[in-house]
Design a protein. Sequence first.
Length: 138
Amino acid sequence: MKTIIGGIAKDARGQIRYVNDFDMSLVKRFYIIQNADTELKRGWRGHQTEQRWFYVLSGSFEMDVVQIDNWNSPSNNLPVEHLTIKDTDLSVLHVPTGYATAFRALEGGSELLVYADYDISHAALDDHTWPIDYFRSK
C-alpha cells in the first residue's frame, strides 16, 4: 500500500484540493460509496488482479486492509492493517493487487471515491468476498 500525498490551494476565490502525483493513466472507472450509516461495515472484498485507489471526498472512514495469502482458502488470522482515512488528509490511498478491504464511515454522509484499473466487464472475474468477521487478526 502507498499513500499519495496531495494538498489544498486557497485564495479569495475559494479552494482547490489536488493530488498531483496521482498518475491516473491506469484508471478505467470510478465509483463513489456512501454507507447508509456509521454502523455498517462493508467488506471483505478482495482483488487478485485489480488494484484500487481510495480518496475521501467528505468525512472519514475506518479502513482495514489484508494481504491475501491463498485466494482459494485464505488464512483467517492474517495481519490486518487498520487505517483511518479522512477528507482532510488530502491524499489517495493505493491498494495494489492481492489485497482485500473492509471499511465503515466514521461520520454520517461520508463519501469515498474509488478508482479501479479494469472496466466493469472484468469486475465479476476478480471479485472475492468473505464474511465481515472472517479475518480475525489481533
